[in-house]
Design a protein around this ligand. Structure first.
Ligand code: DCP
Ligand code: CA
Ligand code: CA
Length: 358
């Protein structure tokens, strides 16, 4: 039994702005494009909870946000500053974890199984982490606790803002069932529409579905949906550092959700990795796919292939499989990365130089 937490910062970019503009605290604050008195183009990146009371939301056209609350404070994004704050907060969080995986600028999964006695005790531990983040960095966060990543993520959504929520594994089905389907991890608007057209509206509908129907609709991703809806997920926490690995990334000229474009990128990255493996006389055992979405969310998924290989076909087929299983359908992708790890020299020895941080 694992005890996993997802820690997600509350209204992150806007909270960072409140931190350095204390006078704005308590007032509606929007970070994003310049509203230009309603004529501005571009979108809201985020806003504080005061602004959310007026209906303003991430991703909304800035002109609409302006229409909802003209005298809100509108600030441009300062990514360098948010990334600095993020690095410091993540360092604090990491200190509480046995395993740590940062998944976006403002959230991380941690495994605390060995740090706490049981679920009851994990609540105290989460409070300690939350207080440390607030005290040392002046920023609020929310924490979800459960037995796997999907449930921890969804518990965290329920904890927001500024809260802690524990979902014990035996409470998973009843916690998930009444929630609308697009609250499920991995379900974007396209998937929601497709499911709604077949009458699936709540996560409970999905949990009670015949999994074969979902596989017919979505292929392997259907299995993932079905399992997630039942609170089942055995996805590992992938440490952000690991033994030396070889990876390449490609940023698309235009954000894309076209599978052919992604597969082409994976093929060209695979060829580069194969070349590097041959140059260094290495074989790999694990393939990791990294997907960065248009909104900065980044997902890492890994697959161990069960043997050592230096073959481009195996890099590509495994990376594409990870894409098909895990990519959020209908979400625009900005960048794709493939990495191979679990490296071994051709002569069958691990080389000491492989044990450095990637
Ligand atoms: N972000 C963005 N565009 C989006 C969504 C998010 O630029 N469409 C940026 C701004 C957010 C940050 O990413 O501050 C983190 O995104 P979250 O989804 O975690 O949202 P917030 O932290 O802003 O709010 P919440 O309190 O709901 O977590
Ligand atoms: Ca957040
Ligand atoms: Ca987040």
């Amino acid at each position: 039994m694992r005890i996993i937490m997802l820690i997600d910062m509350d209204y992150f970019f806007a909270a960072c702005e409140e931190l350095r503009h204390q006078e704005l605290k308590g007032k509606p604050l929007v970070v994003g494009a310049d509203p230009k008195e309603g004529r501005g183009r571009g979108v809201v990146m985020t806003c504080n909870y005061e602004a959310r009371k007026y209906g303003i939301r991430s991703g909304m056209p800035i002109s609409i946000a302006y229409g909802l609350k003209k005298d809100a404070e509108f600030l441009p994004a300062d990514f360098d500053y948010y990334e600095r704050e993020s690095r410091e907060v993540m360092r604090t969080i990491k200190g509480y974890a046995t395993r740590f995986e940062q998944v976006s600028i403002d959230e991380a999964f941690i495994d605390v199984t060995e740090k706490v006695l049981d679920y009851q005790d994990s609540l105290q531990y989460a409070k300690k982490i939350k207080d440390a983040v607030q005290r040392d960095h002046g920023l609020p966060c929310s924490i979800g606790i459960s037995g796997n990543k999907v449930l921890a993520k969804m518990a965290c959504e329920a904890a927001k803002p500024n809260g802690i929520k524990l979902v014990k594994p035996d409470e998973a089905l009843s916690f998930l069932a009444p929630l609308p389907i697009d609250r499920l991890y991995g379900v974007g608007s396209k998937t929601r529409e497709k499911l709604a057209s077949r009458g699936y509206r709540t996560i409970g509908d999905l949990a009670n579905a015949n999994p074969m129907n979902l596989i017919d609709m979505f292929g392997v991703f259907g299995t993932e949906l079905y399992n997630n809806a039942r609170g089942m997920d055995d996805d590992e926490i992938v440490e952000n550092y690991e033994i030396k690995s070889i990876g390449r990334e490609k940023t698309f000229e235009h954000d894309t959700f076209n599978r052919d474009v992604v597969v082409d990128a994976i093929k060209s990255i695979g060829a580069e990795i194969e070349e590097e493996l041959k140059r260094q006389a290495l074989s790999f055992k694990t393939v990791t796919l990294k997907i960065r979405y248009h909104n900065f969310e980044e997902h890492l998924k890994s697959r161990s292939i069960g043997h050592y290989s230096n073959d481009v076909e195996e890099i590509v087929s495994n990376a594409v499989r990870l894409y098909d299983m895990h990519a959020e359908k209908g979400e625009q992708i900005r960048k794709i990365g493939v990495r191979v790890s679990g490296l071994i020299g051709y002569k069958g020895q691990m080389r000491m130089s492989d044990f450095v941080k990637a």
